[in-house]
Design a protein around this ligand. Structure first.
Ligand code: SAH
Length: 347
């Protein structure tokens, strides 16, 4: 009667040392953990039944002891323009997340979600519309990449955490995810090929700086005055642009890694010549790279992109000021490109 029901452990979110400790605690040899870790994170097994060098009895025992994250694709959309693929995955609790697979000259890149929904409330963003449901586990972040690898049959070389959610609002899970993704016993992706995008949570940015990772941190700036930024991003009420720029300098000082500034161009809102000039003044001391993203129209919102000549004019000002900037090529325009749109439509 009193028998304690042990909570099953989320095995795909365990680091190799954690898994070793867990298995050794019940009398297994450490090599068993390495074997299982390889099944999960290198061979990308979808469940214990695929772990054929484990006895049937052991596999059954593990099914009772662990939960095993394996996302199920419920929708796949492929762009006819550029081959970009967008995946809608169902999590074990029925929640849905989106991931995007993009092919570039230098390799394949996957954009993953870090949360179900988001609580940052940015005005132009589809992911913010329903608020935050929950954080994703490290295993759920990893498995977006694993599932996409299996479904496309192609190796992933770059990972960007720019899908739904604010990654630094899910800090501990994000860190564990990055460490496991770049672990030599796992997919072993280079830290330099991982980008994390944040709306600018200053304390977490400082904390991240002290981890001394070699990842790229991208800051979603989108406006050059606090007043305008507040209209677009509620988080701007908490942290000023001055504070953000100081934090970027600190990040560079601690890690030696240059920050990328993301700037979504919205017609008539943040695309004037003065905006461009101020953006140059902000970027110069930090040697930032600037990513210009023509705002993606979201059904529920009425933000519009500047026309092509407006975008070019903005970029020309950056060039004249010798600021490193590029217009983000729009990928998968024909397949609900903007974050969170596929999920919303499906729901
Ligand atoms: N929360 C993180 C990461 C997710 S959003 C962040 O804020 O950075 C990834 C990027 O897409 C951010 O720069 C975000 O501001 C931008 N974005 C969101 N919706 C957009 C839209 N409709 N058009 C253009 N960029 C958008």
């Amino acid at each position: 009667m009193e028998k304690e029901i042990r909570k099953r452990i989320d095995v795909k979110s365990m680091t190799l040392p954690e898994l070793e400790e867990e298995l050794v605690s019940t009398g297994e040899k450490p090599f068993r953990a390495r074997q299982m870790y390889e099944w999960m994170h290198v061979k990308l097994a979808r469940g214990f039944d695929e772990m054929t060098n484990l006895s049937k009895a052991l596999r059954e025992e593990y099914k009772g002891r662990f939960t095993y994250t394996a996302l199920r694709a419920v929708r796949v959309q492929e762009s006819k323009i550029d081959g970009t693929k967008k995946f809608l995955f169902e999590l074990s609790d029925g929640n849905l997340v989106e991931s995007v697979w993009m092919q570039y000259k230098y390799g394949n890149s996957v954009c993953i979600s870090s949360q179900v929904g988001c609580r940052m409330g940015c005005a132009f963003c589809a992911s913010a519309l329903g608020g935050l449901e929950r954080n994703l586990t490290p295993g759920e972040m990893l498995d977006q990449i694993y599932a996409v690898t299996l479904l496309t049959g192609e190796r992933v070389s770059n990972v960007v955490v720019m899908g739904t959610g604010e990654p630094l609002d899910n800090y501990d899970n994000l860190l564990k995810f990055i460490r496991m993704l770049t672990d030599q016993h796992g997919l072993n992706i280079s830290q330099r090929n991982v980008t994390v995008s944040t709306c600018g949570l200053v304390p977490q940015m400082k904390q991240l700086a002290r981890e001394k990772l070699q990842i790229t941190l991208a800051l979603s700036l989108h406006a050059v005055t606090d007043e305008k930024r507040m209209q677009l991003m509620p988080i701007a009420r908490r942290y000023s642009i001055d504070e953000l720029m100081e934090t970027c300098a600190y990040y560079f000082q601690e890690t030696g890694r240059r920050i990328t500034l993301e700037y979504s161009l919205v017609s008539g809102v943040n695309d004037s010549q003065r905006d461009a000039e101020k953006l140059c003044r902000l970027a110069r001391p930090l040697h930032c790279h600037i990513n210009l993203i023509p705002v993606n129209p979201v059904t529920e919102r009425d933000f519009v992109q500047p026309d092509l000549s407006g975008i070019r004019a903005f970029q020309n000002i950056l060039e004249k000021n010798k600021i490193n900037g590029s217009i983000r090529r729009e990928m998968g325009r024909d397949i609900d490109g903007a974050c969170g749109q596929l999920r919303r439509r499906y729901m």
